[in-house]
Design a protein around this ligand. Structure first.
Ligand code: GLA
Length: 409
């Protein structure tokens, strides 16, 4: 009897110590992850050739060079049933060469590979979820060489969100292969309050859709336009929770999926100002030059990837004009002047009238009285003088002017 108790105590102690040591892979995602995800354009209609074509497009179209790294297969990559040992199977019709060979192909291009699964019994599209198979699935992903896991929240009635995500985090850690862990819980259980030590990014809302400011009602759930998601983030006061290796995820981007070029530009600018992961969601095989110019703009991307790792904030909103601000490393700042309205906006911005923009959270401020700042138009890659003058610009419906300020004194 005593031996039995001792064994139980030993087992409990070792389980507890495994729990204590398990953690997320802390060195990953020091800046917001950049990549591509299949869902927004392809839904479950995905296959091996598509992934190869996307990997090729990353290289030939300069996306890899611009910093995009992860190719993530969303829902629909599995067979509907696990095998008799309980292992997930990559759908043999969609992936005849098997997942390992496909991951090797992506790696051979110098890129990283991601997969999707779900904390529930089934994924949102009805494929087998990870509930009860977390450690087994993590081992399988590691054996395939997976670098990123998006982990969803469908079919999770009566499950505690934090514990469910911790279980998967621990499983990934035990499997030993560094994986970026993307918490896709839609913000229902405030992942920003517990996600920092669990994952590298967390969704803050329901799904995005390709419109500027709409809500698409699907009955029991809605999907949201770009500005709706931006508003949700503000209402929930999320800025304080984001930082190196733990980012507020505003969802995969809809750039190139049907909005106007000005809307696409503003959408991209906001994702950069707000330090959101930059996960493209369009068909890169036939993306237009206009779309690629937005997605690949290195000066704009640099704001997102800035090493200070601070999320921006809206400091001004009057009429149709919103001004967003993001502190950068080296004492620089990014500003985005956004026309929310449906007409053309004539911007006449007198810097001195604002004197000082304060980032109280980080104890940083931008002073226009004591200092003069050089202005760089980031989308156009041109210099716009300095802050002694007045900034004049015409902004079309839903267009944005994004600038970087560098002190001259
Ligand atoms: C949820 C997620 C989406 C996508 C789908 C897949 O809706 O929020 O991003 O992964 O599931 O079924």
């Amino acid at each position: 009897m005593r031996t039995k108790i001792r064994i139980i105590l030993l087992l409990t102690a070792s389980l507890m110590s495994a729990g204590i040591h398990a953690q997320k892979f802390k060195s990953l995602a020091q800046t917001p992850p950049m990549g591509w995800n299949s869902w927004n354009t392809f839904g479950t209609d995905i296959n091996e050739q598509l992934v190869k074509d996307i990997a090729d497009a990353f290289v030939t179209k300069g996306l890899k060079e611009a910093g995009y790294e992860y190719i993530v297969l969303d829902d629909g990559w599995m067979s509907m049933e696990r095998d008799p040992s309980g292992n997930l199977i990559a759908d043999p019709k969609k992936f005849p060469g098997g997942m390992k060979a496909l991951v090797d192909y992506v790696h051979s291009k110098g890129l990283k590979f991601g997969l999707y699964n779900c904390a529930g019994i089934k994924t949102c599209a009805g494929y087998p979820g990870s509930r009860g198979h977390e450690y087994q699935d993590a081992l399988l992903y590691a054996s395939w060489g997976v670098d990123y896991l998006k982990y969803d929240w469908c079919n999770t009635e009566k499950i505690n969100a934090e514990s469910a995500y911790i279980t998967m985090r621990n499983a990934l850690y035990s499997a030993g292969r560094p994986v970026v862990f993307s918490i896709c819980e839609w913000g229902d259980n405030q992942p920003w309050t517990w996600g920092k030590d669990v994952g590298h990014l967390w969704r803050i809302s329901g799904d995005i859709t390709n419109c500027w400011d709409c809500e698409l009602d699907h009955g029991s759930w809605s999907s949201w336009g770009v500005m709706k998601i931006v508003e949700m983030r503000r209402d929930k006061r999320l800025r304080q929770y984001s930082g190196h290796s733990h980012w507020n995820d505003l969802d995969m981007m809809e750039v190139g999926n049907g909005m106007t070029v000005y809307e696409d530009k503003s959408h991209f600018a906001l994702w950069c100002m707000l330090a959101s992961p930059l996960i493209m969601g369009n068909d890169l095989r036939n993306a237009s030059q206009e779309t690629l110019n937005i997605l690949k703009n290195k000066e704009v991307i640099a704001v997102n990837q800035d090493l200070l790792g601070k999320e921006g904030f809206r400091f001004y909103a009057e009429g149709d004009l919103e001004i967003w601000v993001k502190p950068l490393s080296n004492g620089e700042w990014a500003l985005a002047f956004l026309n929310r309205g449906s007409g053309t906006l004539k911007l006449n911005f007198d810097w001195k009238k604002h004197e000082r923009i304060e980032d109280a959270l980080n104890n940083l401020y931008l002073d226009f009285k004591k200092r003069t700042w050089k202005i760089r138009d980031l989308f156009n890659k041109t210099d716009l003088g300095d802050t002694k003058g007045i900034l004049n610009k015409e902004l079309k419906e839903h267009d944005v002017l994004m600038v970087k300020l560098t002190s001259t004194n």
